[in-house]
Design a protein around this ligand. Structure first.
Ligand code: PLP
Length: 401
């Protein structure tokens, strides 16, 4: 596993990835984060923790997730071969369960009395509510009212799983506001509560911890591609919101320069409008939610309202490790619009019988756009981060189906 690149630690002792990451938080929160870090470093090494997580990955999540050759799609596009890393087949339908199990187990080992989190599309909320039900921890999920209305099936699921759902109506009532609200709740009793962040974002140690739990994705891709074609893939592609599924898919390949890594951000209505969420593409280095990272912000330094058709991607910040990888040029960050995402959603559904999450459809859109330009022997692995059941009603209504 690559925990350094070009001699830069990922992260260093203070939680910095180059100039990004760190802990830009009040002193009482810093103590709580440092406690989590110490506990994490200790607990994750124990055989008991490792065995429990390994068993849950295999027998609860259903890992390893398959690597599927999307042959009909590849044939239609007439170029590179597209392979789908089927995180959509995980229990709860997305990659989020990988780090939620890690975080919930950590909460159990640390004796925490409440697990708190934010959610955008509801995937992290459902995955965390699931993991908390499994380990027997009370769970509280903060979600923007706009997302609550859009992601009804996930909202219902969280309630069935026993989570307390907090509707957030402030600001744009989407992901950033949900993060603010959840952090406030956490600050009421950081000794007994634990914040289970939904991506590779927030103060140290979360970007590192969530990445570590997610890196199983890339580890499996490496084994699967080497078994199947005796080599690494030429491309690994993933959508980027906060960046957890992408970091999970990329980590194993960071020091394999022949593997091109592509992160796809949401261009929404277009990069020349104010309705997008392309943080790495159009943002600048700043701070948000306790970390230094690229941020989309106004001239006063306030985070901008952002938009994506995919609720899980509309976040004005991004993980600190992605921020560094952009500056180093190790990952190419590009974008797909809402329209390209919708087209990809329908194409994959009709050509391969796989209904992708709107978030993942951004990565599929990149493959659809680029595959035809590449030679037939090129192998693209698209991380299909989640399934589209949660989005089906919304898409059907939008397209008048
Ligand atoms: C299916 C799916 N993919 C991707 C994302 C984006 O998150 P991240 O960039 O952390 O992988 C989400 C977020 O909710 C999601 O539900």
């Amino acid at each position: 596993m690559a925990h350094q690149i070009n001699g830069i630690a990922l992260p260093n002792e203070e939680g910095f990835f180059g100039q990004y990451g760190g802990q830009f938080i009040p002193p009482e929160l810093k103590q709580a984060m440092d406690d989590i870090n110490v506990a994490y470093q200790e607990i994750r090494q124990t055989e008991e923790f490792q065995n429990e997580l390994k068993d849950l990955f295999a027998n609860y999540v259903g890992r390893p997730s398959p690597l599927f050759h999307a042959k009909r799609l590849s044939d239609q596009l007439g170029g590179a071969q597209i392979y789908l890393k089927r995180e959509d087949l995980n229990h709860t339908g997305a990659h989020k369960i990988n780090h939620c199990l890690g975080e919930a187990l950590l909460a159990k080992y640390m004796g925490k009395t409440k697990v708190i989190a934010e959610t955008g599309a509801g995937q992290h909320g459902v995955a965390l509510a699931t993991a908390c039900a499994l380990v027997g921890s009370p769970c509280e999920i903060h979600m923007g009212q706009v997302d609550i209305e859009k992601e009804h099936p996930n909202v219902v699921k969280m309630k069935i799983l026993g989570a307390k759902l907090i509707s957030v109506t402030r600001g744009t009532a989407t992901l950033k506001d949900a993060v603010d609200s959840a952090f406030e709740e956490y600050l009421k009793d950081p000794k007994n509560y634990i914040y289970a962040i939904g991506s590779v974002v927030g103060p140290h140690p979360f970007p590192m911890m969530v990445r570590d739990f997610q890196s199983i994705i890339g580890d499996e891709i490496k084994v699967q591609t080497n078994e199947r074609f005796g080599a690494n893939p030429d491309y690994v592609v993933a959508c980027v919101g906060g960046g957890s599924n992408a970091m999970g898919a990329f980590t194993a390949f960071l020091n394999d320069p022949e593997v091109k890594l592509v992160g796809v951000e949401p261009a929404g209505h277009g990069l020349n409008t104010d309705k997008h969420s392309a943080t790495l593409t159009l943002g600048k280095p700043s701070q948000l939610h306790g970390m230094a990272c690229y941020v989309l912000e106004d001239e006063q330094g306030e985070p901008l309202p952002v938009h994506s058709i995919a609720s899980g991607l509309d976040y004005p910040g991004v993980g600190p490790q992605h921020s560094l990888l952009k500056d180093l040029g190790r990952v190419e960050y590009t974008t797909a619009t809402d329209q390209e995402c919708l087209d990809a959603f329908m194409t994959l559904s009709r050509v391969e019988g796989i209904v992708p999450a709107l978030e993942s459809s951004h990565a599929v859109a990149w493959a659809i756009r680029e595959a035809g330009k590449l030679p037939k022997e090129t192998k693209i692995v698209v991380n299909l981060s989640g399934r589209g059941d949660k989005d089906s009603d919304y898409v059907a209504e939008k397209l008048g189906l």
